[in-house]
Design a protein around this ligand. Structure first.
Ligand SMILES: Nc1nc2c(ncn2[C@@H]2O[C@H](COP(=O)(O)OP(=O)(O)OP(=O)(O)O)[C@@H](O)[C@H]2O)c(=O)[nH]1
Length: 599
């Protein structure tokens, strides 16, 4: 395939601005998708993705396009994840492209997430051109959005395409822009092979499938290949493209995008960002930018029924096969028994995994509140990484504690700036910048402790701004901080799974709020239940759940049996999520109360 007839591009968009809908339109317009497939958005693969309307895994689809200039082009659409948790994957997907469409909702305008990805694309020298989507909406204001794109991002929006992915307006024009504006790839097909892995996943029939962009050289079926990060060699048993279904081809050459199957057993051996070369004629240096992504957020996952421990372990192993950024190791809790401490890229990643465990694998879980990784220096000078309060050494052994900070950018209409600033201050933020992007939109930049973000920051931001704020963050550094371990005691027994690490200034307040929230969730039992919050040996708050007096079904007067049964069933359902702690039954909500504490 001649490189001048290839265009590799991706679509950058804020969540819900219409990326998947537009991608499907492009597939349809180029005849890549059959009528039957149009019913469903093709690019969002997993059921969960479709339900939540978010794109998780990057994918590449080859489109054949007969352009107005009479030539036949190959357009490779490389789909990128749309969430801050997956920004490393986004960066690698963009590396596989020469250009990007910037899709902006004509009624919403530029949002924080759009910005992060668009700057990433500009940094990587991609040709970025705007598409104003959803012009069919009554609230659409394409001119305002074009002005915003020019003012905020500094991109020329004068010939931005005005489109409606929903109604198919502007789709042909977008394809022509891709052909005319995105530069063709330039790689040397005769040089030693350099192929960038920008996605990989596990398939139970084929093993690991990697999506690659050939930067230099050629990759043929049967070639002996080497993955440079692990230095392991394999045979490329299949080479192909998604069009959109997998089609085997003889070889992929410089500039092309496709998949390689090479009997790789686990995704950990074919990490995103790694370089594939030939075993017998290797390239000198791998492609730059390879990173091993590290989990940022940790949480304990425990089966409600301890008999499901093996089931949970198998499910976690299956999920890890497919997701090299997810980690887990066995953990033991006095309160919850045997479970696993799991590491995630961020909160969304965590929710996705938890949901898949319950939905696809049928494991009922108790999850503990998410925490971050703290750096501890002991009095002996040892350095520890601690990701749960229970791993924290006793105070007398700790010399210094550090916590991770992030740089958060929040975009918000100016009427909400006051509340956003108050929230950031309350969350121990350090203000960096407040900037008017337009007359009515403001960008607020704060340095914030990640520990405060994993609690309830995002939900509160959304509530305070009625959903109008958009939020993006990147890791910054570790800073020394005055942190303490807050213990929760149920009838005098410390519940290890409920301990948490908090800033000293907040410990008293958080402890107080926590026990009062827990009180709401813990059903009355045959005896009184005391809930206490303590720092070290010092109790800082106490609440009591009074003993049960009445029969719950007593109010079902008149012997209405169906109603009575319903109530009992409801109770049974509730039981499923109960965990026996000492002699007290705690529901899942009590464990999550930590997250629901408002300050
Ligand atoms: N009115 C209107 N709605 C649209 C248009 N394009 C997309 N939508 C709707 O906007 C919503 C979000 O569209 P998606 O294509 O799923 O958005 P996305 O950007 O892919 O979202 P993520 O996958 O979460 O990144 C859906 O309900 C679409 O039907 C459009 O041109 N006009």
């Amino acid at each position: 395939m001649k490189q001048e007839l290839i265009r590799n591009f991706s679509i950058i968009a804020h969540i819900d601005h219409g990326k998947s809908t537009l991608a499907d339109r492009l597939l349809e317009e180029t005849g890549t998708l059959s009528a039957r497939e149009k019913a469903d958005q093709f690019l969002d693969k997993m059921e969960l993705e479709r339900e939540r309307g978010i794109t998780i895994k990057a994918q590449a689809v080859r489109l054949a396009y007969h352009a107005d200039d009479g030539r036949d082009y190959i357009l490779n659409l490389i789909d990128t994840p749309g969430h801050v948790d997956f920004s490393y994957e986004v960066s690698r997907s963009l590396k596989a492209c020469e250009g990007a469409l910037l899709v902006v909702d004509a009624s919403q305008g530029v949002e924080a997430q759009t910005l992060a990805n668009v700057y990433m694309a500009i940094d990587q020298d991609l040709e970025v051109f705007p598409v104003i989507n959803k012009i069919d909406l009554p609230a659409a204001d394409p001119q305002r959005v074009k002005d915003e794109i020019e003012e905020i991002i500094g991109l020329d929006a004068s010939d931005a395409v005005e489109a409606s992915a929903k109604e198919g307006i502007g789709v042909h024009e977008i394809l022509e822009h891709i052909v005319q504006k995105v530069p063709p790839p330039r790689g040397n097909p005769d040089a030693p092979l350099k192929a960038l892995i920008f996605d990989s996943w596990y398939d139970s029939y084929q093993g690991v499938i990697t999506l690659v962009r050939i930067v230099d050289g050629q990759l043929k079926k049967g070639d002996k290949i080497r993955l440079m990060a692990t230095n392991k060699t394999y045979e490329a048993t299949q080479v192909g493209v998604f069009a959109p279904h997998p089609v085997a081809i003889a070889s992929l050459s410089a500039g092309e995008v496709g998949f390689v199957i090479a009997s790789i057993k686990v995704v950990q051996d074919a990490k995103v960002g790694d370089t594939i070369t030939h075993a017998d004629r290797p390239t000198d240096a791998p492609l730059p930018g390879f990173q091993v992504v590290k989990p940022m957020v940790f949480s304990g996952l425990y089966p409600i029924d301890s008999g499901e421990y093996d089931l949970l372990r198998d499910a976690l192993e299956k999920l890890r096969l497919n997701d090299s950024s997810f980690s887990f190791e066995p953990e033991n809790s006095l309160a919850l028994g045997f479970g696993f401490r799991c590491g995630f890229l961020g909160l969304l990643h965590m929710e996705i995994i938890q949901e898949r465990l319950e939905r696809e694998f049928g494991v009922d879980l108790i999850t503990t509140a998410p925490t971050v990784v703290y750096h501890i220096t002991t009095v002996k000078g040892e350095k520890l990484k601690v990701e749960s309060a229970n791993m924290l050494p006793a105070v007398q052994y700790i010399d210094k504690m550090e916590e991770p900070f992030i740089l958060a950018s929040i975009h918000v209409p100016n009427e909400y700036v006051g509340s956003v600033l108050a929230l950031c201050e309350e969350k121990r933020g350090v203000q960096r910048e407040i900037k008017y992007l337009t007359a009515s939109r403001v960008m607020v930049v704060y340095e914030l402790p990640l520990n405060e973000i994993v609690m309830d920051f995002y939900d509160r931001l959304k509530t305070l701004t009625r959903g109008y704020a958009s939020f993006d963050y990147e890791p910054l550094d570790y800073r020394e901080s005055d942190l303490v371990r807050l213990n929760i005691l149920v009838n005098g027994e410390p519940v290890d799974a409920l301990s948490l690490i908090v800033h000293r200034d907040k410990a008293y307040y958080r402890g107080k709020e926590l026990v009062s929230k827990m009180k709401e969730f813990i059903p009355r039992q045959q005896f009184e239940v005391a809930l206490q919050a303590a720092i070290g040996g010092k109790v800082v708050a106490r609440e009591t759940v009074k003993a049960l007096r009445k029969d719950v079904t007593a109010k079902c007067y008149g012997g209405d049996i169906s109603r009575k049964r319903k109530l009992l069933e409801k109770q049974k359902e509730g039981k499923k999520r109960m965990k026996q702690v000492g002699n007290v039954e705690l529901p899942q909500e009590a464990f999550m109360a930590i997250l629901k504490v408002k300050e």
